[in-house]
Each structure stands twice: as structure tokens, then as C-alpha cells.
Design a binder for this molecule. Structure first.
Ligand code: MG
Length: 429
């Protein structure tokens, strides 16, 4: 009703991933939209990027995706996109939430209730990928949908691209019996073994709603998220031929992204963690490419929603352009050691403590080369960087350090830990 009240009229697309609660939530959501006089097109199970793309393509006023992304099966959530296919940012989300809190709903009269149609529009998304990516080589690809929203559509797209496809966990199942919806190295061991056993060129796995992709190389090795992001960012820059092109990533990504992007003549802009922040910065800066090291990549030449299927197709295209195999594609990306530490800190003081940390950290690292406070405090140093953030959900302060060498990383971590401990003492923690 809050979304419906903010729109008052027009058309909203609704899609969902495969979670057991998806249809239940969809029924309630559709009912609320109708009650406010908004027409609804229900698209059934589709990946989030397909819903976002179709929202713009079909001229809808908004698109609503029912998904909890990579989170465990018992979770669910609602993600809203505007008519441009751009995810609602903080401001728009707050508006909707305040309508919910105030119960300030604009209900329609009986004669102007919204109408509902069930439509199968996934083919437009399939066409979009096939129009934008042309592959010459018949790549052998193993596609692991994890029983999520890409199970039907991803294998058919890769077949359409001329690939020889083996599909794993392609059956929709809200219990996610094949693997967890989060595509990380731990959860993709079976995919890695399958790639190796079948002598395939690539393994690709998606999260529950298909906006993230993780890759397995031709040797059955899980591809480091940061390094493949850095390699693809450099390729995208070179391909675009943009002068001083911008690549957007978040504050947590490895500095190998800067190395590769700057080598390719571009520059890196870093945002808060969260694909919505990356997407907005990509649009505002006219960036060539944007991505987070969880496998959420944004291809602005097509749309602003992270898109796992499109990412995998474009990565194969990059391999063709460069005449490389996957392992070769990232072989010249440096690996830097990353250290992480959690320091317990009461919820009441964690944000205030991080708020004063930038001054103290700057004083302790006088040779820093850059400071960012978009998300916690991030200090760029000559031989690495340190990021200090308050946990969003737990009574913790999180420290992340990356160094040119393990020794450098350890030294930065030791110093930063000391600074955080001093500040916490001042706060009586
Ligand atoms: Mg997701």
C-alpha cells in the first residue's frame, strides 16, 4: 500500500525468486498495490536484473522484486526499482518506510481499483542478452543456479549464445537443497569438481536472485572475486576507449582494482558497500563499469542493475576478444594479502567511535595518500589501506587491511588496532 500510495496510478511489475514465502508475499503485495489503484503485471519467477530491465523496457512506473538475494532460505525481502530500472536509493526507501510507519495510505475507490495480469515477459530479457553479446566459440559452460531464480532462464541464454551447457541445480526449489544461495568458494565445490570432470571452459554460479555471479576457471579453480573484477574492469575500460574512464567499486574492494584500472588509463571511484550506491555512482559519473567484489557487476551500456547472467556472457566475450582462457585472464592481476579483525564494541557507541576515528587514524598514519569517509573510515596508504567500519547488525567494529606484502599488512593492522583500542577506551567501552 505504501508503494501504491507513492505512485497512485500506472503500472507496476512484480517478480520473485524461488523462496517458499515468495508467492505468499507476492499475493499481499499485489493486493496492496491494487487497493491503491495501481495496475500490476505479475511476471512469476525471474532474476532481479530481468525484472529491473523489463521495468524500463515495458514502460512500467516501478518494478518490485521479492527476494532475499544470497541470504539463507528462510529470509525474504522487497526491492523496488524506478521506471528507469534503477534501484530505490536511501531517500526513496525512507519515503516508503515512513508511509508504512504513519499508515498514510491513499486507497482507491471501488471503481478504480488496480487490475492484475499474469504475463510471461522473460523472453524480452533473453533477447536483450542475445542482441548485446555475440560469441563465436562454442564454449563449454557449467551453469549452477543453486535452485534460485536463474534456473530456467540462464541455461537457455547460454545455449542461445552457442555454448555447450551443463546445468546444475536448475530446478526451482525454495529450500535450496543443492547449495546455499550465496555463491562463494566454500559453496561451489561441487561446481568446481564438475567443471574439471567435464573439461569445461567455465563454471558460473548465481546467487538466489541472479544479480551476482561467481566463476570457476577451466582448471576447476574458484576465481578470486577481486582479481576477476579488476581484470574485467581493465578490459571494459580498454574496450570503451573512454579517455580517463571511471570504474566504480566499493570501499572494501582490493587495491588490485586501482592497479589494473590505472594501468589501463582510467581511475577508480569508491562508494559505500551496497550495489545501490555503486549503481547510482555509475550513473552520475557516466562510468564505464561498476562492480563489487561479491560478484555484483553493473554494465551501464545496457542497464544499471547488477546482472549475473549478462556478466558471465560478457566475460566469455572478453575471453574471445583477448584470446585467453579464464585462468590467463586474471594471471597479470596482483594478489595482495588481506587481513580482517572484529573488535567488540557496544552498539550505542560504535558509530560515534568510528565518527572520530578519521582524525586519530590520520595522525597515526601521517603518510596516508587518501581518506574516504563514505562508509566508516578508509585510509589509503603508500603500501596498502585500512578500513574501519561499525557493523550494521552486530556490536562490533570491523577492521580490514590490505598490504603490498603480508609484513606490510600486519604492521598496518597492528597500528590500526592500537588506534581503535585507544578511541574505544575514551568512549568507556
Ligand atoms: Mg542478489
Amino acid at each position: 500500500m505504501a508503494i501504491g500510495s507513492s505512485l497512485r496510478t500506472g503500472k507496476v511489475l512484480v517478480a520473485r525468486d524461488t523462496r517458499t514465502s515468495g508467492l505468499m508475499i507476492e499475493n499481499a503485495l499485489v493486493s496492496g498495490l491494487q487497493a491503491c489503484g495501481v495496475n500490476v503485471h505479475c511476471l512469476g519467477v525471474l532474476p532481479t536484473p530481468a525484472l529491473a530491465y523489463l521495468t524500463r523496457r515495458l514502460g512500467a512506473n516501478a518494478g518490485v522484486m521479492i527476494t532475499a538475494s544470497h541470504n539463507p532460505p528462510q529470509y525474504n525481502g522487497i526491492k523496488v526499482f524506478d521506471g528507469d530500472g534503477m534501484a530505490y536509493g536511501e531517500e526513496e526507501q525512507n519515503q516508503i518506510e515512513s508511509l508504512v510507519r504513519l499508515r498514510n495510505f491513499q486507497l482507491a475507490e471501488w471503481h478504480s481499483l488496480g487490475e492484475v495480469q499474469e504475463l510471461d515477459e522473460g523472453s524480452h530479457y533473453i533477447e536483450m542478452v542475445l542482441e548485446n553479446v555475440k560469441l563465436d566459440k562454442g564454449w563449454r559452460v557449467v551453469v549452477d543456479s543453486g535452485c534460485g531464480a536463474t534456473g530456467q532462464i540462464a541455461p537457455s541464454i547460454f545455449k542461445g549464445l552457442g555454448c555447450k551447457v551443463t546445468a546444475l541445480n536448475a530446478q526451482p526449489d525454495g529450500f535450496f537443497p543443492g547449495r546455499s544461495p550465496e555463491p562463494n568458494a566454500e559453496n561451489l565445490k561441487f561446481l568446481a569438481e564438475t567443471v574439471k570432470a567435464l573439461n569445461a571452459d567455465m563454471g558460473v554460479a548465481f546467487d538466489g536472485d541472479g544479480d551476482r555471479a561467481a566463476f570457476i576457471d577451466e582448471n576447476g579453480v574458484f576465481m578470486d572475486f577481486d582479481r576477476v573484477l579488476a581484470a574485467y574492469a581493465a578490459y571494459a575500460l580498454e574496450k570503451s576507449q573512454a579517455k580517463n574512464g571511471v570504474v566504480v567499486t566499493n570501499v572494501e574492494a582490493s587495491m588490485c582494482v586501482e592497479r589494473m584500472v590505472e594501468q589501463a588509463g582510467g581511475r577508480v571511484f569508491r562508494t559505500k558497500v551496497g550495489d545501490v550506491y555503486v549503481a547510482r555512482a555509475v550513473k552520475e559519473l557516466g562510468a564505464v563499469f561498476g562492480g563489487e567484489p561479491c560478484g555484483a557487476w553493473i554494465h551501464p551500456q545496457i542497464h544499471y542493475c547488477p546482472d549475473g547472467i549478462l556478466s558471465a556472457a560478457l566475460l566469455l566475450k572478453a575471453l574471445e576478444d583477448e584470446g585467453k582462457r579464464l585462468s590467463e585472464f586474471i594471471s597479470n592481476v596482483p594478489t595482495f594479502p588481506v587481513l580482517r579483525k572484529n573488535i567488540p564494541c557496544r552498539n550505542e557507541v560504535k558509530h560515534d567511535a568510528v565518527g572520530v576515528l578519521d582524525k586519530r587514524l590520520k595522525a597515526s598514519f601521517p603518510k596516508h595518500v587518501g581518506v574516504s569517509t563514505v562508509d566508516g573510515v578508509r585510509l589509503a596508504l603508500e603500501n596498502g589501506w585500512v578500513l574501519v567500519r561499525a557493523s550494521g547488525t552486530e556490536p562490533l567494529i570491523r577492521l580490514t587491511v590490505e598490504g603490498e606484502s603480508l609484513k606490510a599488512a600486519e604492521e598496518i593492522m597492528e597500528k590500526a588496532t592500537g588506534v581503535v583500542a585507544e578511541v574505544l577506551e575514551d568512549f568507556g567501552n
